[in-house]
Design a binder for this molecule. Structure first.
Ligand SMILES: Cc1ncc(C[n+]2csc(CCOP(=O)(O)OP(=O)(O)O)c2C)c(N)n1
Ligand SMILES: [Mg+2]
Length: 392
């Protein structure tokens, strides 16, 4: 997709005239605009009657497909690099590409995002060099990008903590008078299904609600918190929790990039226009391990994974593009070739990443340093110099 702002849209010229209600009870509960078979649904109704639709140009549809393929390929490369000992750890996004690209592309330039450790697809959509998270997982830097420049905060490993950061940030946006109109700012906080059981997340729901913060809570329900299945987190669909906190919630098909885009764009626009927070539950599946340190075959069965394979976000987009003659085989070959070239380039750069000087750990702790830290740095430098042949 073009790096600009892919317009939200009103109506698809190609879509079959079908409307599907995402009912609060019964099935289907999901907002879906693209079925697993690649059929377009023109309009999907949310549980509160909101109509969701998109109207992308052919080029924008192809752009979304390209994003999905690229982020999957770069993610696979990172997993391979970890397996070869080049990264300490990797948290794969496999299966969650549509939720991340759809929501990532729905962000306007001025919007601020607060990720977990798995949002490589959103990071890509923010225009950040995909090498950055690999530096973090290689242990050679703390992330490397400037959150203010890209409007994308640092990865947060502490489960749920970023929802509080996002809430405070969003309250600040409102206090600064930056909401209102197309130019208004909105904030999005990413978290997982397991995180919904954290106190931090529930506290942030309360604060965002009562202060009407311009915030979208984007929960990727990938069905597991490491080995703990969803049924250990909740007895009700997660999106319905929002009602108890006093803001709307909606469940979207997280393997459908079009619906993920439409639902997120709508929620962000409501937030920027002063209508307060909302919760999006992107219903998806973690196709790989929790991280490279995990073995999911110990706690889930193969048939479950196979059932989700049939809902693959990329396969359905490809089926749609082919069916509608928006793209042909030469396009898919070209995208695969680009993905291959970018992953080779990523690998080459990871292998030449320099190890940091140990003393650099004192950098970037405070914007302007501190006397205590300066003293610690001096003592540590002295210690490093005490080693024979030390270059430090
Ligand atoms: C406060 C805290 N408790 C525990 C952990 C260990 N931990 C890391 S990931 C994880 C599971 C998170 O599951 P979920 O929120 O569903 O996100 P997912 O990894 O599935 O994307 C846990 C418990 C942590 N990082 N932080
Ligand atoms: Mg999870």
């Amino acid at each position: 997709m073009a790096k600009g702002d892919p317009g939200a849209a009103t109506r698809s010229k190609r879509a079959a005239p079908r409307t599907r209600r995402a009912a609060a009870t019964g099935e289907p509960e999901l907002v879906q605009l693209l079925t697993p078979e690649g059929e377009r649904i023109e309009t999907a109704l949310g549980p509160d009657g909101t109509e969701y639709r998109v109207d992308f140009t052919d080029e924008e549809y192809r752009g979304l497909y390209r994003d999905l393929v690229l982020v999957r390929k770069l993610d696979a490369e990172a997993t391979a690099l970890q397996r070869q000992g080049e990264l300490g750890l990797w948290a794969s996004l496999l299966g969650q590409e549509a939720a991340q690209v759809g929501s990532g592309r729905a962000l306007r330039a001025q919007d601020m995002a607060f990720p977990t450790y798995r949002e490589h697809g959103v990071l890509y959509c923010r225009g950040i060099d995909p090498i950055m998270p690999l530096g973090l997982f290689r242990g050679v830097d703390q992330g490397g990008w400037d959150p203010n420049e890209f409007k994308f905060n640092m990865y947060t490993i502490v489960i749920g903590a970023q929802t509080l950061h996002a809430t405070g940030y969003a309250m600040g946006v409102a206090m600064d008078g930056k909401t209102g109109g197309e130019d208004g700012e909105a904030v999005i906080a990413y978290f997982g299904d397991g995180a919904t059981s954290q106190g931090d997340v529930n506290e942030s729901f309360v604060w965002a609600s009562v202060f009407n913060a311009p915030l979208v809570f984007f929960c990727q329900n990938n069905q597991y918190a490491i080995s703990e299945p969803l049924e250990r987190q909740t007895r009700v669909p997660l999106y319905r929790r929002a009602g108890g906190f006093g803001f709307p919630g909606v469940r979207v098909d997280g393997n459908d990039v079009l619906a993920s885009y439409a639902v997120t764009r709508h929620a962000l626009d409501n937030a920027r226009n002063g209508q307060g927070p909302s919760l999006i539950e992107a219903y998806t599946y973690r196709m790989g391990a929790h991280t490279t340190s995990d073995d999911p075959t110990r706690y889930r069965i193969a048939s479950e994974v196979e059932a989700w394979q049939a809902k693959d976000p990329i396969a359905r987009m490809k089926a749609f593009l082919l069916k509608q003659q928006i793209a042909d085989e030469s396009f898919f070959t070209e995208v695969d070739e680009q993905a291959r070239a970018e992953s080779v380039h990523l690998r080459e750069r990871v292998l030449t990443m320099p190890d940091p000087q140990p003393v650099s750990m004192f950098d970037h702790v405070y914007p302007n340093g501190s006397p205590e830290l300066d003293e610690q740095r001096a003592r540590f430098s002295q210690y490093m110099e005490s080693f024979e042949g030390s270059a430090h």
